[in-house]
Each structure stands twice: as structure tokens, then as C-alpha cells.
Design a protein around this ligand. Structure first.
Ligand SMILES: [Fe+2]
Ligand SMILES: [Fe+2]
Length: 184
């Protein structure tokens, strides 16, 4: 789900709309974790039963989720959450956000390796490499867990704090630059 409609808001307090946007981001993280579990279940199922209608449905749902919701979630964060934090004077915070940006690229690369095989399974083909899928899952999952943990423990709270800051706290040149970046 896209939550970019709230990206240009610069409220003096965290509004209900902004709170809803954060709820949507948190909820997407729960969906990511659930879909990673489904990917593990699909791999076990393929080992036991090969490609059948259940495997096809599971694979189709996983492909749809990471191609649509997963990518949109990263775009939402890059438009709504990261720009304001990248303008921060806190160098450590900026470094964390840059790491998350890099993670989005790595997660996309990992997904692009998995996606063709899952797409094939969803269409009933059996040319997947079970060992390859088994090896790829923990790498993809570990990166996602680490990524989500940093976002929920530090980045979202910092973004909420920034959005809730009094309007005059961001005055002067730094504040103006930050507001322009947030609106871009
Ligand atoms: Fe992210
Ligand atoms: Fe996220």
C-alpha cells in the first residue's frame, strides 16, 4: 500500500494521518515476515511434493507481495522517511539511513535472483533449483530482519520525533533545506 500521500506534510505534531502512515509501514513489516515464512514453507513443500496447485498458489502470492507491496514499501520509506533524516546534523543517524538505502538495493538484488524461479513455480514449471532456493532464503531473510530491526528501533522513532518537532525547531537555513528535501 502506498502511503506517499502524506510525504509532503510538515505538521507541528504527529497528525492522525502521519500516525496512520507509520502504522501502514509497521504492518508491511509484519507482512514481510509472514511472506518470508511462506517462502520457507514453499521450499519444504517443494521438497515433499514438488510443484502442485498449493505450491503454485504460494509462489504466486510471494511473487506478488515482493514485486508490489515490498517494492512500494521501500519507495515510501525513501520518499517519506529518509530525506528528513538524511538532512540531520547527527552523522551517525545519517550513516544508518545510508545503510538502509544500500540495504534496499541489496534486497532488490536478492529478490531478483529468487523471483524468476518462483514465477516459474507459480506457472507450474519445475526447473527451479531447490538447493539454490534453500541457500538463498537465509541470506534474504537475515538481511530483511536486520533491516526491519534498525528501522523499527531507531529510524521510525527518529522520523516520528522529527515530524513532531515544533515548527520553529527547524528554522533557519538547515530547516529550510530539510523542508525542501522533504517536499521533493
Ligand atoms: Fe526499508
Ligand atoms: Fe521498512
Amino acid at each position: 500500500m502506498s502511503v506517499t500521500a502524506t510525504a509532503s506534510a510538515a505538521p507541528a505534531t504527529v497528525t492522525a494521518v502521519t500516525a496512520t502512515a507509520f502504522e501502514a509501514l509497521d504492518s508491511c513489516h509484519r507482512e514481510v515476515l509472514k511472506t518470508l515464512d511462506e517462502l520457507a514453507r514453499l521450499i519444504d513443500h517443494l521438497e515433499d511434493k514438488g510443484v502442485d496447485s498449493e505450491a503454485q498458489t504460494l509462489a504466486a502470492d510471494i511473487v506478488k507481495f515482493f514485486n508490489e507491496n515490498g517494492r512500494q514499501h521501500h519507495l515510501d520509506e525513501e520518499r517519506m522517511i529518509f530525506p528528513g533524516l538524511l538532512a540531520s546534523a547527527d552523522a551517525e543517524l545519517v550513516q544508518h539511513v545510508q545503510r538502509l538505502q544500500q540495504d534496499h538495493g541489496w534486497l532488490e538484488e536478492d529478490w531478483l535472483e529468487l523471483e524468476p524461479q518462483l514465477e516459474a513455480i507459480s506457472k507450474g514449471y519445475s526447473w527451479y533449483q531447490l538447493d539454490g532456493l534453500r541457500a538463498a532464503l537465509p541470506v534474504f531473510k537475515a538481511l530483511y530482519l536486520d533491516h526491519i530491526d534498525l528501522e523499527e528501533s531507531l529510524i521510525y522513532p527518529e522520523a516520528k520525533k522529527q515530524m513532531a518537532a515544533p515548527a520553529d525547531a527547524g528554522s533557519g537555513r538547515d530547516g529550510a533545506a530539510s523542508r525542501r528535501r522533504a517536499k521533493a
